[in-house]
Design a protein around this ligand. Structure first.
Ligand SMILES: [Fe+2]
Ligand SMILES: [Fe+2]
Length: 256
């Protein structure tokens, strides 16, 4: 089974970019299933129900989130609906949201887990390692994919090696900058960060002038998503194939 996983989608402008280019990508890479990190879709923070539905209608089967999970309060209205194919970081110590998302494809079941690293994150989080230990006791699926949303490269790699052989993939997200260290160990695929689907001439998807001004002045002002007309699409293609899993990194540029 071939799965395309897209890194953090930044801004609603990227929905039309995906609408235009996802069909050709699916064809080029012979993809069966598309998954994506959607924590930055709606004005750069969070995911509105409208945008969730738009992305879903493009054929993206499952979504993971991150530190911006609750930035749009309306997520509480739809994330727990049985038909909603979205999971939230399993180690956020709240009682709401799906901690494991089961996706069916033909006769296979994929379990998608979203986990947050704790290094440099200033929100309350349970231990991602112990949380994963516990989840593995109850997950029943043909394939397990973890979106590990974190800052520290060491934490991502430690999680990967610790759970190698137990899950099919540990895919890093959150830094919005694709790394070139994709690898497979114990049949588990890994990349430190998948990159983003966002504006190319930006700072992690945000307007560069506003970010520069924030650094220069020290004045904290809300940032705006960049819109320069060039998009970058970062992600990976997983081929989950018995005991021969592979990972391929993809990075595309489009005008929009
Ligand atoms: Fe992000
Ligand atoms: Fe993030």
């Amino acid at each position: 089974m071939r799965i395309l996983y897209l890194g953090d989608i930044v801004g609603e402008n990227m929905i039309s970019v995906l609408e235009r280019h996802l069909p050709e990508l699916k064809q080029e890479y012979k993809v069966n299933l598309v998954l994506a990190n959607a924590e930055n879709v709606t004005s750069g923070k969070g995911l509105s129900e409208k945008h969730y539905k738009q992305l879903k209608s493009l054929g993206i089967a499952g979504f993971s989130m991150g530190n911006h999970t609750f930035s749009k309060k309306e997520i509480f209205d739809y994330m727990d609906k049985p038909e909603t194919t979205l999971c939230i970081p399993a180690n956020i110590p709240c009682k709401v949201g799906k901690k494991v998302l089961y996706i069916k494809y033909n006769d296979k079941v994929i379990a998608l887990v979203n986990m947050m690293g704790r290094v440099y994150q200033n929100t309350p989080l349970d231990d991602p390692f112990k949380t994963m230990d516990n989840l593995l006791e109850s997950i029943k699926a043909d394939h397990i994919i973890v979106d590990f949303h974190a800052d520290a490269t060491s934490e991502k790699k430690a999680f990967f090696y610790d759970f190698s052989g137990k899950v099919d993939a540990v895919l890093g997200s959150h830094t919005h900058t694709q790394t070139s260290d994709e690898m497979v160990y114990n049949n588990t695929c890994f990349i430190t960060d998948m990159g983003m689907v966002g504006d190319y001439n930006s700072i992690l998807g945000d307007d560069m002038d506003m970010v520069i001004e924030r650094f220069r002045s020290g004045v904290f002002q809300p940032l705006k998503v960049a819109k320069t007309g060039v998009a970058v699409l970062g992600g990976v293609v997983l081929d989950l194939n018995g005991n021969k899993n592979t990972i391929e990194r993809i990075l595309k540029k489009y005008n929009y």
